[in-house]
Design a binder for this molecule. Structure first.
Ligand code: HEC
Ligand code: HEC
Length: 201
């Protein structure tokens, strides 16, 4: 009986606390959601997401490696071949011993004019989306191209176009080439925004 007045006082207080808590967490959730909306509606952000999905597709990534090209969905190239000093293969294992300017359905070797490994500064394997974006937007690190000339390159380079006609049973790049070009244009028009660096990637 003695506790009653106290409890009576306490209840509305508890209720107030609960409301305050709900409002706070509610606000927090709201803030989280609007931050996300902000990120995905930033002009050029979705375009970059499309671009990086293409760049990281095995048809592209297999040549944009550190020391050795990969095949199929990212397996080692058999026989073993290395970049070599001129990106065209080490020793007698020269790329053009086996790769010509078109796919060879008999040997299974893919081909396009100028079939060599991507230069070492364009190795984007093991890199995060943010790091690849930074690389492409920093000409002094990527070998000299600014995004506008990258746009021209990916519109016309036979090595890039090969990704949509890879021959044999290889899967072509899953995003249509014209969507990729549209995304490049949108990203450039938006000032080539990059996603933020995160400790986890
Ligand atoms: C056979 C190997 C090979 C394949 C496959 C390949 N690339 Fe490349 N890539 C290269 C080489 C070599 C260069 C450099 C060419 C040059 O500078 O003239 C390059 C350059 C680039 C560049 C220019 C970057 C810069 O800053 O200069 C982009 C962008 C690019 N490739 C995207 C792609 C995309 C997208 C695909 C897949 C659709 C692809 N590549 C597939 C070898 C390849
Ligand atoms: C001894 C012959 C030979 C040499 C030398 C050679 N390749 Fe290949 N390469 C092949 C064959 C055959 C395939 C197809 C393998 C398969 O699909 O199972 C292949 C596949 C590839 C692929 C896979 C494409 C994909 O997306 O699946 C890439 C990339 C590649 N080679 C790059 C190179 C580069 C770059 C060099 C030179 C540094 C080179 N190759 C040297 C025979 C060779």
């Amino acid at each position: 009986m003695k506790m009653r007045p106290d409890t009576a006082l306490f209840r509305p207080l508890l209720a107030l606390c609960a409301i305050a808590l709900l409002t706070l967490t509610g606000c927090d959730q709201h803030r989280g959601a609007s931050q996300q909306e902000e990120a995905s509606s930033t002009p050029g952000h979705q375009d970059w997401e499309t671009i990086v999905e293409v760049l990281l597709h095995p048809r592209c990534l297999n040549c944009h490696q550190l020391e050795m090209p990969l095949i199929n969905e990212g397996s080692p190239h058999v026989p073993r071949v290395e970049r070599g000093p001129d990106n065209m293969g080490a020793g007698t294992m020269r790329c053009n011993n086996c790769h010509s300017n078109k796919n060879n359905p008999v040997t299974g070797a893919p081909g396009a004019p100028g079939w060599v490994m991507a230069p070492i500064e364009l190795n984007w394997s093991q890199k995060s989306s943010a790091q690849i974006c930074k690389l492409l937007t920093t000409p002094q690190d990527n070998g000299g191209r600014a995004p506008t000339s990258q746009l021209e390159f990916v519109s016309t380079s036979p090595l890039v176009l090969w990704g949509w006609h890879p021959g044999n049973s290889r899967q072509p790049v899953n995003i249509p080439h014209d969507k990729f070009i549209e995304a490049m244009k949108g990203w450039i028009a938006a000032g080539t925004p990059c996603p933020p660096e995160r400790a986890s990637n």
